[in-house]
Design a protein around this ligand. Structure first.
Ligand code: NAP
Ligand code: F7E
Length: 345
């Protein structure tokens, strides 16, 4: 029997790497679109991509800003399923580069949907939508019918992508779905998202590599889950009889302060001794409280999270400690300190 083929945009990111692992384990042929970068950006998928072996993973150069590369990818791969995970995904950064964020995150999705329409094939399409769509809605918890109130260029771009996906489903009868995923993290999370910034810094502090951690708004509340659980939900959405949109969340919310408590307790330190607050990390407009109701996903997909908030933070800080120790990064207490602090947003 012929293997099913999946095309992943954003395969070098956190979710792309876990999704590629999941699909390879399910015996898919997996194709990933990677963009050219001056520094190598494949650290999260190196273990999957072994050209000398038959790994089932193939990488193709392309970019969400380059329609011809998307057309070509569809022509050559002819995928059965497409997972559109590529985005400029950092909310704070989207205020600095709003136009670029719109190009990649909003118009990039439109380009891919148009490429599908013109390709003459009918792959199933997953769009990486986000709880950021809800902004500061007064409705808590948020579910599929909660009105959207986006509060950043990122969220507004995702709103465009969300409605474009719905529109292509309704106008052209495409199997196109939105997964409205709440925050999900892991040991592979980018180091300038707050969870990883905290776990990485805490591990560095524990090993004497760093003496303070500078953060922004500690009162923001998020519904944080484990990324590995969430990519399973993406796959499930494309296996249904009919296309629909689903909230994926744990149903619990915690503040950044709670995250600090769990993380620093794990390594027997008190975060109050190390954390400083800087206006630099506050956003022009903040989203205060997100908490999702994933009961539709449980009912229709049979999906539920397996890792709770505490378990997630423990996985992350344990992995950061192990990584720093394995790479002997703890031997030089001053290594990269300034650069590290500056790069973290
Ligand atoms: P991520 O780690 O930031 O990964 C983003 C991916 O998009 C990377 O592979 C990146 O490639 C790629 N990309 C960026 N610009 C591109 C372009 N112009 N052309 C092609 N590829 C491009 O994000 P993530 O956390 O895995 O999230 C995956 C998706 O889910 C994103 O769309 C994000 O907005 C959305 N989402 C995430 C969460 C969450 O909590 N993680 C929640 C809801 C929705 P490089 O490696 O080259 O940068
Ligand atoms: O911020 C606060 C910050 O950057 C979480 C993306 O994956 O999830 C993510 O977006 C909260 C915010 O994630 C710092 O103000 C405090 O309230 O980790 P974050 P995010 O903005 O929620 C959604 C669902 C997505 O779709 C996005 O792609 O933490 N915070 N101090 C800080 N945040 C950062 N980054 N850095 C700080 O120093």
């Amino acid at each position: 029997m012929q293997k099913r083929k999946a095309l992943i945009t954003g395969i070098t990111g956190q979710d792309g790497s876990f999704l590629a692992e999941l699909l390879l384990a399910k015996d898919y042929e997996v194709y990933g679109i990677v963009r050219r970068s001056s520094s190598f950006n494949r650290g999260r998928i190196d273990h999957l991509h072994q050209p000398s072996e038959i790994s089932g993973l193939r990488l193709i150069y392309g970019d969400m800003n380059d329609s011809s590369s998307l057309n070509k990818a569809l022509r050559t791969v002819k995928p059965d399923e497409i997972y559109n995970l590529a985005a400029q995904s950092h909310v704070r950064v989207s205020f600095d580069i709003p136009e670029y964020t719109g190009e990649v995150t909003a118009l990039g999705t439109l380009r891919m949907l148009e490429a599908i329409r013109e390709s003459g094939i009918s792959p199933r399409f997953y769009q990486a939508s986000s709880s950021e769509l809800f902004g500061n809605t007064p409705e808590i918890p948020q579910h599929e019918t909660t009105p959207f109130l986006p509060r950043s260029p990122y969220a507004i771009s995702k709103l465009f992508a969300y409605w474009t996906t719905v529109n292509y489903r309704e106008s052209y009868n495409m199997f196109a779905v939105n997964g409205i995923l709440f925050n999900h993290e892991s040991e592979r999370r980018g180091e300038n998202f707050v969870s990883r910034k905290i776990t990485r810094s805490a591990a560095r502090i524990k090993l004497g590599l760093q003496d303070k951690l500078v953060l922004g708004n500690l009162d923001a509340r998020r519904d944080w889950g484990y990324a590995k659980d969430y990519v399973e939900a993406m796959w499930l959405m494309l296996q249904q009889d009919k296309p629909d949109d689903y909230v994926i969340a744990t149903g619990e919310s915690h503040s950044v302060r709670d995250l600090l408590d769990v993380c620093f307790s794990r390594i027997d330190l008190d975060w109050h001794d190390y954390v400083e607050i800087s206006p630099h990390y506050f956003r022009p407009s903040e989203v205060n409280h997100l908490m999702g109701d994933a009961s539709k996903a449980l009912r229709e997909l049979g999906w539920r999270p397996t890792i709770n908030f505490e378990g997630l933070i423990h996985i992350m800080v344990d992995a950061d400690l192990a990584d720093l120790q394995a790479n002997n990064k703890f031997q030089d207490p001053n290594a990269g300190e300034l650069e590290y602090q500056r790069a973290a947003r």
